[in-house]
Design a protein around this ligand. Sequence first.
Ligand code: FEO
Ligand code: CA
Ligand code: CA
Ligand code: CA
Length: 619
Amino acid sequence: MAHDNEISNNSGNKPFGAVLEKAVSRRNIIQKGGLAAAIGFVSPSLFAGNKFSGNYLNSQGKANHSDLIGFNPVKVMDGNGPMPAISSDYEYKTLIPWGTPINASVNAYTGDPATRPTAAEQANMIGVGHDGMWFFPTHSKGRLSNHLGVLCINHEFGRNSHVLGKSYPESLEDVKLSQHAHGVSVVAIEEKEGDWDVKFSNLNRRIHVNTPVEFSGPVTNSSAGRELLDLNNRTEAHGTVNNCSSGYTPWGTYLTCEENFNGYFGSTGVWEADEFQQRYGFSENGFGYGWQEFDSRFDLSSSEFKNEDKRFGWVVEIDPTKPRSKPVKRTALGRFKHEGATLTVGKGGRAVVYMGDDQRFDYIYKFVSADNWKSMVARDVSPLDEGKLYVAKFNDDGTGEWLELTIDNPNLAAKFANQAEVLTYARVAADILGATPMDRPEWTTVDPEGYVYCTLTNNSQRTEANAANPLAPNSDGHIIRWMDSKHFTGTSFKWEILLIAQDYHGTEDTFSDPDGIWADPDGRLFIQTDGGQKDGLNNQMLVADPKTGEIRRLFTGVTSDEITGLTVTPDRRTMFINTQHPGNGDPSRTNFPVSPDGTTIPRDCTIVIRRKDNGVVGS
Ligand code: FEO
Ligand code: CA
Ligand code: CA
Ligand code: CA
C-alpha cells in the first residue's frame, strides 16, 4: 500500500464504477444464471443462495457449508497485535526474514537498530518487502520434491526509514544498500524434520537494481524501439525494482513484475515530465527514496541516462536453474505498473498471461502467445516474445471485449509511430482504445473451471457516487471474475462480480482490500488483504469456496503489515506466504519475527503454513 495512492489516468474513459452502478445490480447478474448458464458449462447452481452475492448475504444469512474448507477460523478478537494468529488446526513457522544470508560470505542481519548491513552484505542477503513468489521443486527420483526446491521471491520495497534508519540517503553507499534490499532472491530451501531453512546452493543469487539484465521482444526488434530504451547508444541495461506480484511458466521460469517503478526516479536539475512520463506518474521527488541524489541513472534530468525511466515497468523472466543467466525484460507484455503475471495454457497450447495495472482507474491486460508454447520453445522462440497484447473493456450487460494494442489499429497509428511505442506507452494506447478504468487491479488467478479472477483492491477516489451502491467510493474493494471465449484465447468474455468486501463488514468474516488471490486445483480461493481491516484486525488470509459462498479466516499477520505472496509444495501440505512491511518498519509496533521487545527492527518474513494433521492447506 501507500505507493499506489495516485491517479494518473486522465483519459476520461468510463470508470468501472460507472459501469457497475448502471448495469451491475449484482443481484441481477446472479439471478440471470451467471456465467455458468451464459457460457454453458455445467454448474447450474453456481451462485444460488451464495453468500458471495451481497444481497443474499443479508436475506439468507449463512452460506452453505463447504466440504473444501473445514478448519477452525481465526476469530476477529484474536487477529490483532504484534504477532500473527493462525487457525487452531494449523501451525506456522518463519523463514528467510530480511537479512538472511543466501551464501556463506555474510552473517545474518537480525534487526539490531545499531548496526545495518553494508550495501555489499545486503547483495548476499534476503532483501526486504517480501511479495510475490513461487516454489520450484527439485526433481528427485522422477518425482517433484515436497522438501527441497528453489524459491524465487520478490522484494517489492523498503522505505528508507526501515532499511537505512533515516529518511533520506546521505551517500551512494546508502543508496546502494536501499537498491540491494529491493529486487528478487533466488534461494534454495530445504525441509528437515519439519523445519525449512536456506540451503547454500550455487543456484542462490540476488537480483537487484544493479544486476545486468537484457530486453527482448517487439520493442527491441527495431532501431526505433531500441532508441526508446536507449539501447543503441547504451547497450548495457541493469536492474529491476518494485517487484510486486509474480507468475511462473510451464517451461520452468519465474516472472517478476515491476509495479511502482516511477517512485524511484527523481530530478536534481531541469526536467519537466512529458505526456508519457505524466501518465506513468514520474515526478521531481518520486516517493522520496532520493536515489537520484547519488545515482544519476535515477535522475530524470540526467542527459547521460536518457530513457532510463523506460527501462522499467516490464515483466521480467528469470530462469532459476541457470544462475548466470540474465533476467529478461519481455517487452511484448507491455509497460505499465505490473502487479502480477498469471500464465495459463489456452486453446492450441498458447500461453495466456493475465495482468493487472495497479493504479486507481487503470486497466486489466491479457497477452496471448503467437503459437503453441511448446513449439515456440522447440524453435528457441520465447512464447513471451511473440503474440498479442489486449486490454479489457467491461460492457454494462455483463459482456466484455479484449481490445488489441496494435499499431494496425488506425486510432493507435494516429498517435504512435510504431508497435514499440504502443507497447512502451501501453497505458496511453489503452486510453485511446477505450479500456475500462478499474478500481486498482491487483492479482489475477485462474480456477480449475476456467474462471479468471482479479482483485480490485479499492478506489477511494471514485466520484460517480451512488448512495445505493457501496462501490462509490469503493473504499474496501471487490473481486471480479470472467470467462474468456475460445478457452482463454478469444477476444470476448462474460463477467460478474464475485463479492464486495464491504458486504462482509460487521460479520465474523469481515475483510477489506483484497490483493493477493490464488485458486488451488480443488477450487479453493485464497484471498490476502492489504489495507485497513475493520474491528482492529490485522491484514489476513482467508479461504473461500466460490461454489458455496463460504469464507473462513486462516491467518492474520502483525500490526501494520500486509499479507502477500503465496506458493505451495507439490503436495500442498506446505504453503508459503509473506508478511510485508511488519509494523511499517517501526519497532514500537512489532518486532516480528522476534517476540515484542520494543527495539528490534521488524523484518519482512516468509511464513510456512502446515495443517497439524498434515492435510492439504486450506482444507
Ligand atoms: Fe504491489 Fe499493487 O501491490
Ligand atoms: Ca495492495
Ligand atoms: Ca505491498
Ligand atoms: Ca499487491
